[in-house]
Every structure is written in structure tokens, then in C-alpha cells.
Design a protein around this ligand. Structure first.
Ligand SMILES: Cc1cc2nc3c(=O)[nH]c(=O)nc-3n(C[C@H](O)[C@H](O)[C@H](O)COP(=O)(O)OP(=O)(O)OC[C@H]3O[C@@H](n4cnc5c(N)ncnc54)[C@H](O)[C@@H]3O)c2cc1C
Length: 348
């Protein structure tokens, strides 16, 4: 039975698994390459504003995620986002919400969506090693020794759960001490996964900006507009100082791929122009802006799980949204819970 478990990645999937494994009495260490927690469920603070520049909200669509959000974690800062999501087409014609996007409550936290990861880590009773990028897994006897870029090792583990996007996971396995047959089996499907990239642009306006119909967000449904998503962070309480408006404008994956190396200023200018045209408004110049380029924003083609299960024979497990083939916070959490069950020897 595995007692000491390393988890690579402190996104919501890795942290959910860490929480479950710690509850079951396991010793867990999470390794995270960035300084933060929560991965693509990301929040940034700037000039008195707090905004979600990766996932903009999460849904709660199953009992085990509901128990996590409403029972296990503190609910003080939990916020239900009010306001509709309207849709628009490639011509910028705005329509009432479509039923798919109307259904179900949307959630975030007062301190930002990254509070989800932070709360799991605070609850956890496990160790998180930030600013450690694991490059390979060394093998000694029947143990795994995660090793970083500088060749530092961080102890011996009975099992490793790997949660980064599939291409990064494949690179990690390719550099690790695995029997060639197992490495080939595992990397074959991981290399077959594909992701959309996406620019997330944040525009701060000195005055008040409103979306039509007092909406919270606008979503492009035919995927042929340069903007994929526009939302007003002011619809989340206590985020934006009075008298300012903060818009998150996500460029479409197709536009992002065609303009991947464009300078951030040019990306911001394009997003602002598209926003003005969409709202049919002569918008003021933003007081400030921010631009994040997500290389692996959303899985487009996921990883079949059958072959990945072969890793269990050597104590290697996998979680993350790569396994579901689309970017959803709640579903990524479920992959973490499922991986924890496998590690604990509980079959689904
Ligand atoms: C722009 C954008 C908008 C989105 N909008 C929504 C939305 O509105 N609603 C929704 O539900 N979902 C949305 N998503 C998708 C959602 O954010 C993801 O599906 C979810 O957060 C994935 O969690 P994860 O744990 O699988 O992966 P991640 O969050 O990517 O976690 C993996 C972690 O591994 C770390 N890592 C990688 N390599 C290493 C290494 N070698 N060593 C150590 N650490 C490593 C990374 O830094 C990261 O923290 C959006 C995503 C993006 C980018």
C-alpha cells in the first residue's frame, strides 16, 4: 500500500487529490513550479483590483464537488455570480442567453477563484513545495525520487500523481527512469492530446462600463469572432474599487494561435478594439491593462485513460483536465478525487 505520495502540480486536480489522500492518512508532498496555488484557476491583484484571468468561474455539478465546496472548505468567501451570460455571433450580434450557458449557478470567491486552491491547501495537512519544477522521476528500488531542474531530489515516494497538461507530462515521463515499454505506452496517448491556447486580456477603465442587459458576460457561440468571452469583474463583489470597471476579454483560440507571438500591447489593442465594436461604444483608453498568454488553456483532444492505467503497476497515476478533454474546474477536481481513489486501491 502506498504511504508516501508525491503530487506534481498544485492546480485544482492535484490539490483535490492531496486533500483526499491526506484525509486517508497518507503523507503527501505537492510540487508546484510557480509561486502560487490553483493553476489555471488563477487570480491576480493589481492597483487595488482583483481579477480572475484564467478560469472565470466554476460550476458545481456533482455531489462530491458539492461536498468539497459547501462542506469541507470554508464558505465565507464563496460567491455566486449574478447576471446572465449573453451570446454573440461572428458579426457581433448579441442574443439572449442560450439554455446551455444559462443553467446552473456559477461560483467564485471574494478573494478570487484562486482561493479555491488556497483553501484546499490550507485545509490539507500536506506540504506544498512551491517554485519547484520537477523535470524527471528517478527510480531507486521500488521508490520514485522527483528531481528538479537543478538536480535536487526531494525524498523517496511510493507513488507519484502527475497533473500538468499532457504535453508537459509526456516530457516529464520521457526524461524519467521508466522501462521503455511502459514509457512508450504512457507517452503515446499523452502526445496525442491537443490544447487550445488563449490570450486573456484585462482592461481597466476609469469610468463605468456596462454589458447589454446588465449581463455578467458575453460568450461567442459560433467560435468565429476574434473574442471568445467578455466579462465584467465588477459583477463579483468587492473586487473592483468604486468608479472603475474591469473587463476580462479572452481572445478566441483561433485568433490566439494565428497571433501567438504578437507583442502584448498589440494583443491588448486588438482586444480593446473588438470590445468597442461589440458593445458599439466609443470606449475610453484603458487606464491600465494586463495580458496573459495561456499556452495550454483548454484541452481540445483529451487523453484516453485506459493505457494510462498501466502506470499504476509502478505507482504512477494521472489527473487533470487532460483526462476529460475539456477545461472545467469542477471536472478537473473530479479527476483528482478519482486518482486518489486509485492510489488508495479503491476501484471506481
Ligand atoms: C483562459 C482560461 C479560461 C478558463 N475558463 C474556465 C471557466 O470559466 N470555467 C471553468 O470551469 N474552467 C475554465 N478554464 C479551465 C480550468 O481553468 C481548468 O480546466 C482547470 O483549472 C485545470 O486544472 P488542473 O489541475 O487540471 O490543471 P492546472 O490548473 O494547469 O494545474 C497543473 C499545475 O501543474 C503545475 N506544473 C506543470 N508542470 C510542472 C512541473 N514540471 N513541476 C511542478 N509543477 C508543474 C502548473 O504550474 C499548474 O499549477 C479556463 C482556463 C483558461 C486558461
Amino acid at each position: 500500500m502506498h504511504q508516501r505520495i508525491a503530487i506534481i502540480g498544485a492546480g485544482v486536480s492535484g490539490l483535490a487529490a492531496a486533500l483526499r489522500l491526506t484525509e486517508a492518512g497518507k503523507e503527501v508532498v505537492v510540487f508546484e513550479k510557480s509561486r502560487g496555488l490553483s493553476g489555471r484557476a488563477a487570480t491576480r491583484s493589481k492597483e487595488g483590483c482583483r481579477y480572475d484571468f484564467g478560469a472565470n468561474y466554476f460550476k458545481v455539478r456533482c455531489n462530491e464537488v458539492a461536498r468539497l465546496i459547501f462542506e469541507t472548505l470554508p464558505t465565507e468567501g464563496l460567491q455566486r455570480i449574478v447576471g446572465d451570460i449573453l451570446t454573440f455571433d461572428r458579426e457581433g450580434r448579441i442574443s439572449p442567453p442560450d439554455p446551455d450557458h444559462k443553467s446552473g449557478a456559477r461560483w467564485t470567491y471574494r478573494d478570487g477563484i484562486s482561493a479555491l486552491g488556497k483553501l484546499m491547501a490550507a485545509k490539507g495537512g500536506f506540504v506544498v513545495e512551491n517554485s519547484v519544477r520537477i523535470l524527471r522521476l528517478r527510480r531507486e528500488e521500488s521508490h520514485w525520487l522527483p528531481e528538479d531542474e537543478e538536480g535536487r531530489r526531494f525524498g523517496r515516494f511510493d507513488a507519484v500523481l502527475i497533473t500538468p497538461p499532457a504535453p508537459q507530462t509526456a516530457d516529464l515521463l520521457a526524461a524519467s527512469d521508466l522501462p521503455a515499454s511502459l514509457r512508450d505506452a504512457l507517452t503515446l496517448d499523452l502526445r496525442g492530446a491537443a490544447y487550445w491556447s488563449q490570450f486573456s486580456v484585462v482592461l481597466n477603465f476609469g469610468g463605468e462600463i456596462r454589458l447589454p442587459g446588465e449581463a455578467y458576460a458575453l460568450l461567442n457561440t459560433d467560435r468565429e469572432h476574434d473574442l471568445a468571452w467578455v466579462s465584467l469583474e465588477n459583477r463579483k463583489n468587492d473586487r473592483i474599487p468604486p468608479g472603475q470597471s474591469l473587463v476580462v476579454a479572452q481572445l478566441s483560440p483561433l485568433w490566439t494561435e494565428a497571433n501567438y507571438d504578437l507583442a502584448p500591447d498589440a494583443v491588448v489593442a486588438h482586444a480593446a478594439n473588438c470590445l468597442g465594436a461589440l458593445l458599439q461604444a466609443d470606449l475610453p483608453t484603458p487606464a491600465w491593462s494586463d495580458c496573459q498568454r495561456w499556452r495550454y488553456a483548454h484541452p481540445r483532444i483529451g487523453v484516453p485513460q485506459e493505457r494510462l492505467k498501466q502506470g499504476g503497476s509502478m505507482g504512477l497515476y494521472f489527473a487533470g483536465d487532460a483526462l476529460i478533454g475539456r477545461g472545467r474546474v469542477d471536472e478537473a477536481i473530479r479527476t483528482g478525487f478519482a486518482a486518489a481513489r486509485s492510489i488508495l486501491g479503491m476501484n471506481d
